[in-house]
Design a protein around this ligand. Structure first.
Ligand SMILES: CC(C)(COP(=O)(O)OP(=O)(O)OC[C@H]1O[C@@H](n2cnc3c(N)ncnc32)[C@H](O)[C@@H]1OP(=O)(O)O)[C@@H](O)C(=O)NCCC(=O)NCCSC(=O)/C=C/CCCCCCCCCCCCC(=O)O
Length: 667
């Protein structure tokens, strides 16, 4: 008596796909969703997927096995398996190209993008893939009347029986697409294997394509990269759940007003991200000239952001003074609930400003300082309310980068920390709470990495060799290309001394007018000042050999393994010290910081996860070897915490913090 079957989800969601935790559980291995999808498709009764909320991964693959799909206007659909190191392994790589064509399917499957519906006004009522409607209206009657005229055969509705739509230039299209996929993958396997699976759909019958999909899926499942990406998925969510022991909270609502002080590069990005998050913001500068320059730059950024959005400027509403105001009048400070100061990295200037803020702002106002290394306690000491002072380290460009490092000082109150976390959330950033020390967590780990890179040049390597190794590992940009991009005159840590070996190379380059891209010369040469294409520079090579001669350093060949290990293991080593000092609450926090703020390749799971995959004993042995060979080089002496973990038999990452005898955060 059943006429048709409708599959829907509960609580406004169709399905987020397979339980990601299941992929690493031995119990789940061998259970396949594909045969279930096939079974649905073979059904003699029409099956309709009614999609509301999300239909992702295995969830969307179930919908692809149905004979009809209808969707709520606000539905979001995608095959995000690639982002967790897999491919759509329930026959999705074979059905989707048959439904939407190869270009659209390749784009969805290799990027994992999640699509919202953009519904043209004249959308036909019964579209092949999507139909705007409200789910309460979906009932058997609806299914019968719209989709199922009596006697209509189901054969043409079964995607597996359809041919993949042909392209006149399929071969050329696929080779171009492969080049693009490889370029964007930075060493991550999943996008290329997703590509191979879709390609199989264009070359083989459905059943053979499914077999190929399974082979490729199994390669990914056991690749290690899938594990790293799935670890990163859960780490990101866990870190954002960090709460203060007192459970303090604060809400940022429409009635809350924020003020951003300083309209330099960081201030402009911060204002832009506040406007994007629809938070009313006042932008304050100390004089009209800087204000006007800043206003122009912010408006330019906002116009560009608006163009990327569906309803553009209307949605951002940034011409509305209730949303965004520019002023030089410090009196506006009296009414705001939260201030983000983003002036130059200069302690005296910051203290002067915080003294002023503390005098003018209302008693309840929170005072955030955007700094990448300065001491939060010292800044707070200039105020009469150190409990309301907190560090908010934005990453440049602030309206693009996802990380917000949140630094609490000695006196910062739990409510202030909760407020900064809430700020990260409304800005759609990943907020990570860390303790106060020079460089906090992220930059402090970056210092030894950058130092090693320069020492390697002194000893015989070249910028292009070091960058190549780091980029092959998966970073988007190596340390020297990064230094040229940021500018060599922007404080590099390699110039610290503290009684250890110090390399003057960055200073010497600056003395030669080589500040990086902006002067057309740095560690590389560029086509012109401001140019972007880095070319190895014979001048630099001969400068390096003269430098070695002057300092009687014997040039030696440095292999790729040593480059990688000295740069990365010294960074990881610092991470262990940071954990031991209670600056970060756990290894996941450092991993999330590195993935979201420093371009660490996600498929390597973050530096601490990577350390756990390499093996702590190996990292310790290598650090010992390098520190013995270079006793004067800082950053290579193994951390006591690393040694302890190795002595305790290499426990898994999630147990590391239990080996610390004192509480792991200072709250
Ligand atoms: C968009 C989201 C879904 C939601 O985003 P948001 O609202 O911002 O909330 P979050 O904080 O992100 O998430 C809330 C909590 O939910 C957890 N979560 C979310 N998705 C998953 C998931 N897929 N698996 C496990 N947990 C998930 C998240 O961790 C949060 O938890 P907590 O509060 O922190 O504790 C967004 O979350 C999102 O994008 N999620 C990821 C979606 C995704 O990647 N989907 C693809 C998954 S892979 C897949 O589907 C592959 C399928 C092909 C192979 C299938 C083979 C599997 C075998 C199936 C067997 C079937 C037979 C059954 C037999 C049996 O059961 O025994």
């Amino acid at each position: 008596s059943v006429k048709a079957v409708m599959i829907c989800g509960e609580n406004g969601k169709f399905s987020a796909g397979a339980d990601i935790k299941g992929f690493s559980s031995p119990k789940r291995r061998g259970i396949a969703l594909g045969p279930i999808v096939s079974l649905i498709e073979r059904s003699e009764k029409p099956v309709v997927a009614a999609i509301e909320g999300v239909a992702l991964g295995g969830g969307l693959e179930v919908a692809l096995g149905c004979h009809y799909r209808i969707a709520h206007v606000k539905a979001r659909m995608g095959l995000p398996e690639v982002t967790i190191g897999l491919l759509p392994g329930a026959e999705g790589t074979q059905r989707l190209p048959r439904l939407v064509g190869v270009p659209a399917a390749l784009d969805m499957i290799t990027t994992g993008k999640v699509l919202c519906l953009v519904i043209p006004p004249a959308w036909p009522k019964t579209h092949e893939f999507l139909l705007p409607m409200y789910l309460p209206d979906v009932d058997a009657l609806f299914c019968n009347s719209i989709f199922l005229p009596p006697g209509q055969p189901l054969g043409p509705r079964r995607l597996s029986l359809k041919p993949v739509p042909k392209l006149p230039n399929m071969e050329a299209f696929l080779s171009e697409a492969l080049v693009k996929v490889k370029k964007q993958a930075h060493g991550c396997l999943a996008p290329e294997l997703c590509f191979q699976a879709v390609k199989a759909a264009t070359e083989q019958p459905f059943a053979d394509g499914v077999r190929r999909e399974q082979e490729l899926f199994n390669v990914l499942l056991t690749s290690g990269q899938a594990q790293a990406l799935q670890y990163a998925f859960f780490a990101e969510r866990a870190v954002q759940k960090w709460t203060t022991p007192s459970g303090a909270s604060w809400k940022i609502s429409d009635s809350v007003s924020l003020l951003s002080l300083g309209l330099g590069t960081m201030g402009r990005g911060i204002v832009t991200s506040l406007v994007k998050a629809k938070i009313p913001v006042v932008a304050l500068e100390q004089d009209l000239e800087y204000l006007n320059m800043g206003r122009k730059a912010v408006m330019f950024l906002l116009e560009r952001e608006a163009m990327k959005m569906e309803q553009g400027a209307q949605t951002l509403d940034f011409h509305n003074p209730a949303r965004l105001q520019f002023t030089v009048d410090f009196d506006v400070l009296r009414d705001v609930d939260l201030v983000i100061e983003a002036v130059f990295e200069n302690m005296a200037l910051k203290k002067e400003i915080f003294h002023k803020l503390s005098r003018i702002c209302k008693p309840g106002a929170f005072l955030c300082t955007n700094t990448s290394a300065l001491n939060i306690n010292e800044i707070a000491s200039a105020t009469s309310r150190p409990q309301q002072v907190i560090g908010t380290h934005f990453f440049s460009p602030a309206h693009v980068m996802k990380l917000l490092e949140i630094i609490y000082g000695h006196h910062t109150s739990p409510t202030t920390i909760a407020t900064a976390m809430q700020l990260a959330k409304v800005l759609k950033k990943v907020g990570v709470v860390v303790g106060n020390c020079f460089g906090f967590a992220g930059n402090r780990m970056m210092f030894p990495y950058a130092q090693q890179a320069v020492f390697l040049l002194e000893e015989g390597s070249r910028p292009e060799a070091v960058d190549q190794v780091i980029e092959d590992f998966g970073f988007r940009i190596g340390p020297f290309r990064m230094s040229d991009l940021a500018g060599l005159d922007v404080g590099t840590p390699a110039r610290q001394r503290h009684g250890h070996r110090y390399s003057p190379l960055p200073d010497l380059l600056c003395e030669n007018g080589r500040f990086g891209q902006k002067t057309g010369k740095g560690w590389y040469q560029y086509e012109k000042a401001g140019g972007r294409t880095a070319k190895p520079d014979p001048w630099l090579h001969s400068f390096l050999s003269q430098y070695r001669d002057t300092h009687r350093i014997k040039t030696r060949f440095i292999d790729q393994e040593e480059i990688l290990e000295r740069c990365l293991f010294s960074l990881i080593n610092e991470g262990f010290d940071i954990l031991a000092e209670g600056i970060a609450s756990g290894p996941e926090h450092l991993d999330v910081i590195y993935i979201n703020g420093y371009g660490w390749p996600k498929h390597r799971g973050g530096p601490m996860f990577y350390a756990s995959t390499v093996g702590l004993s190996r990292i310790l042995a290598k650090l010992q070897k390098y520190s013995e060979a270079h006793p004067d080089v800082p950053g290579l002496q193994p951390s006591a915490f690393l040694k302890k973990l190795v002595a305790m038999g290499n426990p898994p990452l999630k147990e590391w913090m239990s080996y610390l005898s004192r509480p792991n955060n200072k709250l």
